[in-house]
Each structure stands twice: as structure tokens, then as C-alpha cells.
Design a protein around this ligand. Sequence first.
Ligand SMILES: O=C(O)C1=C[C@@H](OP(=O)(O)O)[C@@H](O)[C@H](O)C1
Ligand SMILES: C=C(OP(=O)(O)O)C(=O)O
Length: 414
Amino acid sequence: MPVVDIPGSKSLTARALFLAAAADGVTTLVRPLRSDDTEGFAEGLTRLGYRVGRAPGAWQVDGRPHGPAVAEADVYCRDGATTSRFLPALAAAGHGTYRFDASAQMRRRPLLPLTRALRDLGVRLRHEEREGHHPLTIEAAGVDGGEVTLDAGQSSQYLTALLLLGPLTRKGLRIRVTDLVSAPYVDITTAMMRAFGAEPDRQGDVFVVPPSGYRATTYAIEPDASTASYFFAAAALTGGEVSVPGLGEGALQGDLRFVDVLRRMGARVSCDASGTTVRGTGSLSGVTVNMRDISDTMPTLAALAPFATGPVRIEDVANTRVKECDRLEACAENLRRLGARVATGPDWIEIHPGTPLTGTGLRTHADHRIAMSFAVTGLRVPGISFDDPGCVRKTFPDFHEAFEALRGRLRSSR
Ligand SMILES: O=C(O)C1=C[C@@H](OP(=O)(O)O)[C@@H](O)[C@H](O)C1
Ligand SMILES: C=C(OP(=O)(O)O)C(=O)O
């Protein structure tokens, strides 16, 4: 049975880097993700004057509880939304002038609810070109703290940034949240803050964060559950079996719930403390599923959907339109290119079975998840190619090699 070694979680690596930088002491991150997003995050910390040692398999960070070591820095966040949204919050806790910019793709993505909340907390922050978008400059003088209201209906990353900042403020934070998507990512944040000695508390819509600071630790990063979704989907689609060790009961990442969707469609799933195994049964049924909590796996399901026996409808995923690309339209466009029948609405996509698919060139829109998802479709449809296969570097530079190796192993294990 193929056992797949999935690289570390992007979300956990980004948070661990923030927490390690803000902690008192030296932190070791075990099995961090090495990819464009996380290397960009580490490089951003280096620009801010933190020492980040990157040995294979373990990164070491010298924490600085009072903020960046330099009084001026220019940080390029590449395509990373975690970098673009979390690092300005870290910089705000320091003293100096910090400028942040990002790639053209990331410059298009929204920031305003976060930068508005930072301003409400007294942070001096200026958008250079377009209000609510990179590039921005912060004149940091520490943050007193207090109460702030946040709309996280477009991205939970705004809330994560404020939560991570909370223990570094002088009086602590009370964050009142009016709307929230991707809620499991907030649970990852609070769990990891606790591992670094902070005590965030949730009282309904209000998050209370005391000004505790953070303690250095040794932190092991889980395999990435969103990345694992392509490998689990491959098993479900081919009638093969895929096991991912290290990602099972007790895992922090909500995206592991994708296997529940596969189970509803007919795959066999087993999950225990040591890992998760998915076994395809040769048939997939249609499904209607709300993916508000786990929308990074929406393209995975969309790419699998044409092989179901009934319609697949994915709902409540409006915020996938403001990711690396408009993912609802990118999925629909590529499915149509292959010959599938698809409809989309403001926050949903529906894929109908029954039309034969033909391999052709697909457009990734420079989105790693579009490339990785349609590689799954490629297991059943020969002749699929991508205009920009290298875009997978954002979270899994070796994806195509790993997926090709799995394809061979799935064939030989049947
Ligand atoms: O906090 C995080 O690490 C993430 C949160 C999610 O974003 P949104 O909250 O913007 O949906 C997810 O899509 C992204 O890949 C990673
Ligand atoms: C949306 C994603 O990334 P981010 O928002 O962190 O750039 C993703 O990895 O699917």
C-alpha cells in the first residue's frame, strides 16, 4: 500500500516562525515546510533582523520578545498571504519603520480589515498605492492593546494576525469578530499560541488575549493536510490506497476533514493517532458539501467531481474568489476545457457527470492548487498539461515528481 511522505504544513510553519521570532529564547522547528511561501516568511524575518538558521529538517530561530532587531526594513512577501498578513502585525509590536510589499498576485489580494484594525489600535500605517493593499509602511512604536472589532468574513488570516499580536501588546487584546471564514485555521492559531506559552481565550464572538509574551520551545510541524488532499483524492479516484503517517486523530488542521467528503462519496477512510488511510472503492457518488471551513480543498473536489455518478455541488466558498486567483472561475474554466458541464454562482460551483473528458492544456492562473488539483484529474484523463506547472513551488516544489511516483505505485499495487 503506498505510504506517502507529505511535506510539513504551510500554515503551521508560518505560525511557528512568527511565534519563534516573538518568543523569549531559541526555538527549534522540526520538519518545517520548505517552499516559496515559508522560505519567503523566513526571509522576511531575516530582513526584520531575526536570526533564522535553516538546516535540513530543522530550523532554529532566535526570538526577540520586543520586536524586530532593526529600526528600518524593506520586506518582500512574495505570493504568501500568511507572510503578507502576519509579518506586519509582528512589525507593529516593534519600534521602527517597516515597509512591506508583495508580488503582483498578492498585491491584488485584500488586507483592509486587518490594516483598519491595526489603525484602530493606534498603529501608524500607510498604504502606498491602493487603500487596503500592499505595499504598506508601518511607523511602529509598540501596541498598547485594548478592544477592536474585526470582519474576518473574507479571510481568517486577519484574525490570526491580530491573535498572534495580542501577547506582544502592553495591555492585551479583546477582538470582537463580526464574521469568520476558514474557522479551523483560527483553532490552529490558538493551539499553537498555547504551545508557546500564551493563553488566548474565546468567549463567543470575542477573543481575549492577555499580554503574556511567548516562550521558546521545540515544535514539530504536522504534514500539510491541504497537500495530502491530492494524494487522498488519487486513492479515491483510482480505487487504490494511500496512507499518510503523522496526520491523523489529534491533527490541528481542519483540511484533514476532506477525507470525510471522500467517505461520503464512497471511499473507505480510516484515521487513528498514527495517520490516515483512504481506499477507493471503484465508484464515487455525487455530493453537496459546504466547504466554508476547508475551502483550500474546494479545487481538489472540483477536479475529482466529473468522475462522480451524480452532481457535485460545493457551497459557501465565496472567499475562494480572492485567493491566488478566482478559484471558482479557474476551476470552472478548466473543467469546461476538458469537456465537463459546470455552473457557478457567487459562492458555489456545481459539476455534472456524464460528459466524456478529453485531455488538453489547462491554465493554472499561477495558482498551485489549480495545478495540483487537476493533476488528480490527469490520473484518469491522458493528455492534460499546464501552462505554468512550476507554480506548485508555493507550497510543494517537488509535487509533480511525488505525484508521478504515486501514480506508478498505485498502478503496481492494483
Ligand atoms: O491561516 C492560514 O494559514 C490559512 C488560512 C486560509 O485562508 P483564509 O482564511 O483567507 O481562507 C487558507 O486558505 C490559507 O491557505 C492558509
Ligand atoms: C489560499 C492559499 O494560500 P494563502 O492564502 O496563504 O496565500 C492556499 O495555500 O491555498
